[in-house]
Design a protein around this ligand. Structure first.
Ligand code: NDP
Ligand code: PHD
Length: 358
């Protein structure tokens, strides 16, 4: 990788923004150059603007940086812009940054469904970067582009699904039930009187996002590099719930394969264990050694015990067993603010640098 790319972080004071700061503070390729947030924070020193909620202290090289307004002119020197913006404002701001010919890596939902915007989980579908020339041509850009990463629950789901799809062919039906951490709702997030001693069986828009995004991510790009080819024959049904866990989304998944008879439990474990991706082959800094960590203990994975596997960049899978309704079922765990958010963006950007897009 070429040395020292200047990066900006939009939404730097938020839950995802704080993860960006931790992942980038001593990064070998990216140097934090500019921080942006709302007008409530702009003009303040970062340490005074942020409600820091991480167990590690604010990095020394960041705490006195002045937070800027999220206007493209203030970030024009940046080689990369990471966005952890509130989705209510991300649409307009990220489009202005794209039009200013900046390379934007967004966590927000706003552009995930756009026909020329790659929706990339870095351990699954970095091949979707192939659409960047088409996007640049459409917007008349020289070096800028926008890519998004997926919804945090979708991110956890598609990593083992990709391993199974590669090994055993397409799947026709996916049932998934999530138990999502409160950090997924940002700060201050879910009121304590709603979540303490409780489970909330609804997260607005989450099920629809999972049901759409998995097909785009697990699909391909057409041979001319101009369009995505989503999987049209895979149906996903999601039920999403919020549970009193700080970080880490747990998901119970059942799958049905097109090819029958389905693989054995042992063959599934082997396929999950062997799975590798482009980010690993490129030896990217944040690439996990194992994209999928397998737990064979009967009571794992668990959020508190397994969310930091591979520094939060892996999906942990366990309890693979036969399903009496579909073919097979298993439990997975994803760190929602690392691989599910900032960790995906940074690893996507590392791949983009290796591919010469930045
Ligand atoms: N939390 C998670 O697990 C995941 C979150 N996401 C997505 O990432 C994004 C950020 O989420 P999260 O960090 O949880 O949200 P937070 O609410 O914690 O943070 C939002 C950030 O946006 C900034 N902001 C708010 N309004 C404006 C504005 N008008 N102009 C500029 N900046 C503004 C805030 O700045 P200020 O402090 O000044 O108000 C803050 O930095 C969202 O789009 C979310 O959907 C995606 C995957 C997972
Ligand atoms: N909705 C997710 C977090 C999130 O913000 O997702 P998205 O980026 O898809 O809006 C959660 O609550 O855990």
């Amino acid at each position: 990788m070429s040395p020292s790319k200047k990066v900006g972080i939009l939404g730097a004071t938020g839950t995802v923004g704080q993860r960006f700061i931790l992942l980038l503070a001593d990064h070998p390729v990216f140097t934090i150059h500019a921080l942006g947030a709302s007008s409530r924070s702009a003009g303040k020193a970062y340490k005074d603007a942020v409600k820091w909620k991480q167990s590690r202290a604010i990095p020394a090289n960041v705490k006195d940086m002045t937070v800027k307004a999220c206007v493209a002119e203030e970030f024009k020197d940046c080689d990369v812009v990471f966005s952890g913006l509130d989705a209510d404002f991300a649409g307009e701001i990220e489009m202005a940054f794209l039009k200013a010919d900046l390379a934007v890596f967004s966590n927000a939902k706003n552009y995930r469904r756009e026909p020329t915007v790659p929706l990339i989980v870095p351990t699954v579908n970095t091949s979707h970067f192939d659409l960047i020339p088409q996007q640049r041509a459409l917007h008349n850009l020289k070096k800028g582009f926008i890519i998004t990463n997926a919804n945090c629950s979708t991110t956890g789901l598609v990593v083992p699904l990709k391993a199974l799809q590669d090994a055993f062919g397409p799947m026709s039906h996916i049932l998934v039930h999530t138990q999502q951490a409160i950090s997924g709702a940002g700060y201050p997030g879910v009121p304590s009187l709603d979540i303490f001693d409780n489970v909330v069986p609804h997260i607005g828009g989450e099920e629809e996002k999972m049901e759409f995004e998995a097909s785009k991510i697990l699909g391909g790009v057409t041979a001319d590099g101009k369009e995505f080819a989503p999987l049209n024959n895979m149906t996903v049904s999601a039920t999403c719930t919020r549970v009193p866990v700080l970080d880490g989304h747990l998901e119970s998944v059942s799958v049905k394969f097109v090819n029958q008879p389905p693989p054995s439990v042992e063959a599934v474990y082997e396929a999950l264990d062997k799975y590798t991706c482009e980010a690993q082959k490129l030896k990217c800094h944040l690439a996990p050694e194992h994209a999928i960590v397998i737990t064979k203990e009967s009571d794992r994975p668990q959020p508190r015990l397994d969310r930091d596997n591979e520094k939060g960049q892996a999906v942990t899978v366990g309890r693979v067993r036969k399903c009496p309704v579909l073919d097979l079922k298993f439990v997975l765990l994803v760190h929602n603010t690392v691989l599910g958010a900032a960790g995906s963006s940074v690893l996507n950007a590392e791949v983009a640098v290796s591919r010469g897009l930045i």
